[in-house]
Design a protein around this ligand. Structure first.
Ligand code: FUB
Ligand code: ZN
Length: 657
């Protein structure tokens, strides 16, 4: 009897300890994760007070978040809950996953509250929590689609049902709010639903399948809140895949990126958001379990994606059919699907890989996706969103790209929660010190893992300027390491401490460890070469043959018709490149343009054609289409496209030497 009771008490005790202290307001709580190399710094510990991201985040809180709630109300998404609790007698509206859109909006609010207290937003969150929980069934089940006539279909169409997907988003919102405020009302509702699953589903019970992955990462984060191993094990069970018992076809398993053992995956395929949410959840699972087979699979999948399936903007998922990954090098520009949610999923996955491995290549993808394919997703004034983020548009096609609302409105709240949680991505702690991942004006006020209080301030105009000045303020002088990231794009970089260059190599695509006794007020300067770069792509990306894209720092540039001289058609322009393309482009900060951006000026060429025009097909001897007339071209950051009315735009541009 005694032998049985003691371990049981220990488990309960450990459990209570986990739950008793409210964890910091981090994106991922990796404090106790055995296989995390890096640990998150709270969103609340980093203040972004000026610069590009301060502006984007301000608009997010002041415009995007309030207007999206109005639209969620107008489109009946909250009423879908009210009708179940009897508070409104209205028909259900929207597709079967709309609950998740409200949850994602609430998660955005919760992350805002991690940065600043906003009683209005808190009141909205609490009010919505009441509406939601009033619709929860006594069993714990909660979903506004599988009710009434459709009740009999619960768990019967898991490959498309989104029941677990919605629960996953509910849990994420609830966890973020609990961390922001200590209020666990929504969290308890989510746990009640998870308890229902644990009762009825699993290897020896009914099969459970993530038709749209998302639940996996939410369950692992729930485990990090509760310490309840069952939550982690349920994620593991779902990742192992129970598609056979559900008799799903192989093609369905590919599309969903789930239902067969995760570790049997070799390529990124199928629906891009599903795939990258699955890899995110699998990385979380690895971080808790250290399962080497997961790590191998994740590395293989990551290599497959970044070497042949990722756009230069960090966007993923090139095919409209199935919102899916294409074949290797299938990266069309005008037809690029590149859903905003997919770029966000890419960031989420890389954030987890970075925590697991501490390697700069993951931070490079985060920076790239964030500044380009994610940043483009929300208009500069904050109320129009891209579902697709193409890299080329005719003026006609441009008309449908930015909208305030989509019947499938997954992207807007996803963008809002990403912008709101952004401060949590700048730094991590490690056993030996601090990692600096992202650059931009901000102040961190946190602590090292041994508890030493530490403040770090970044003074910089990044991403418009490559000089970043860090001021390091530990509570008292102390030896530790600061790992500063040198982005892979930096063709030249220098790091100085206290005005003196550090010894040793400063390599691009790596963290440079600076180990010393840091004293209050110590300074570090990171100087990154921001010269414009002309980038070519693999020859098998057929759309890009004979073309280059221009980047400066992490920013991808585009030609938009608005900025070009009269009579010069974007699609008929050529860059004129010398042996040193950096010298062919002049950077100029334009305070008045597009919220304040660096534009690139280039003396390029506008096409000449044969007098008779250019036929569709032409013998090579007579084919005469090349840049002829000089044209003063202006390139804008890609993420700002389509903020001045519909216009043609392209990233990949023809060039002549
Ligand atoms: O299925 C839910 C969401 O809708 C997906 O994540 C998006 O790709 C869109 O299909
Ligand atoms: Zn989306």
């Amino acid at each position: 009897m005694r032998q049985i009771c003691i371990p049981a008490l220990i488990v309960v005790g450990a459990f209570a300890a986990y739950a008793a202290e409210r964890p910091p307001s981090v994106i991922l709580n990796l404090e106790k994760s055995p296989h995390a190399k890096l640990r998150n710094v709270p969103v609340s510990a980093v203040k972004i007070s000026e610069g590009l991201w301060a502006e984007r985040r301000k608009i997010n809180v002041e415009k995007s978040i309030p207007t999206l709630l109005e639209l969620l109300e107008q489109n009946g998404i909250v009423d879908n809950f009210r009708r179940l609790s009897g508070r409104k007698d209205v028909p259900r509206r929207g597709p079967l996953y709309t609950d998740s859109d409200l949850y994602k909006w609430m998660e955005a609010v919760a992350f805002v509250l991690q940065s600043e207290d906003r009683p209005d937003l808190r009141a909205n969150f609490d009010r919505l929590t009441d509406e939601i929980l009033a619709a929860q069934e006594p069993s714990g089940y909660l979903n506004t689609w599988y009710v009434e006539d459709r009740k009999a279909l619960r768990w019967k169409e898991q490959e498309r049902g989104h029941e677990l997907y919605c629960l996953g988003h509910m849990l994420q919102a609830a966890i973020a709010y609990y961390r922001a405020t200590g209020n666990r009302k929504l969290l308890d509702g989510g746990i009640k639903f998870v308890d229902y699953l644990l009762r009825d589903f699993g290897p020896d019970k009914q099969p459970l399948l993530a038709g749209h992955p998302e639940i996996e990462l939410a369950l692992v984060e729930l485990y990090r809140v509760t310490g309840n191993r069952q939550h982690l094990d349920l994620a593991g069970y779902i990742l192992r895949g129970d598609g056979e018992r559900l008799k799903l076809r192989p093609q369905q398993l590919v599309y969903m990126f789930s239902g067969k053992p995760f570790t049997q995956r070799t390529i990124m395929e199928g629906h891009a958001v599903r795939a990258a949410y699955a890899t995110s959840g699998a990385t979380d699972y690895y971080i808790e379990t250290g399962d080497a087979e997961y790590r191998r699979t994740l590395n293989r999948l990551w290599n497959d994606m970044v070497t042949s399936k990722m756009y230069i903007t960090g966007g993923i998922g090139s095919r409209a059919a199935g919102e899916a990954f294409g074949d290797p090098y299938e990266l069309p520009n005008a037809r690029a699907y590149t859903e905003s949610c997919a770029a966000i999923a890419n960031l989420m996955w890389n954030w987890r890989m970075l925590a697991a491995a501490g390697e700069a290549k993951y931070a490079d993808v985060i920076e790239l996706a964030l500044h380009n394919s994610i940043n483009s997703g929300m208009s500069l004034e904050g109320t129009l969103y891209c579902y697709r983020n193409p890299l080329e548009l005719t003026a006609e096609a441009a008309k449908g790209i930015r909208n305030p609302w989509y019947s499938t409105t997954c992207c807007p709240p996803n963008l809002e929660r990403t912008f709101a949680s952004l401060p949590g991505l700048y730094y991590s702690t490690s056993r030996d010190g601090l990692y600096v991942h992202l650059y931009g004006p901000n102040e961190m006020n946190w602590k090292l893992e041994d508890g030493t209080p530490l403040k770090v301030k970044q003074d910089t105009r990044y991403p418009w300027d490559g000089t970043v000045d860090l001021t390091v303020n530990p509570a008292a002088a102390k030896e530790f390491t600061i790992h500063v990231r040198i982005p892979e794009w930096a063709e030249a970089a220098e790091v100085q401490v206290g005005g003196r260059r550090i010894a040793g190599p400063v390599k691009a695509g790596e963290y440079i460890p600076i180990k010393r006794r840091w004293a209050p007020g110590d300074t570090v300067r990171i100087a990154l070469d921001m010269k414009p770069r002309a980038i070519k792509s693999h020859p098998r990306v057929v759309d890009n043959q004979g073309r280059v894209a221009i980047m400066r720092g992490p920013i991808v540039y585009a030609l938009e018709q608005h900025d070009q001289p009269a009579g010069v058609d974007v699609f008929d322009t050529f860059f004129k490149l010398s042996a040193d393309p950096a010298k062919d482009f002049t950077a100029e900060f334009r305070k008045d343009l597009l919220g304040g951006v660096v534009v690139l000026r280039h003396r390029g060429l506008s096409a000449t054609r044969p007098a008779s025009g250019l036929s569709l097909y032409e013998p090579v001897q007579s084919f005469d289409y090349k840049g002829g007339k000089p044209a003063d071209l202006v390139l804008i950051p890609y993420y700002t496209f389509l903020n001045r009315g519909p216009a043609a735009m392209q990233v990949w541009t023809l060039y002549q030497k």
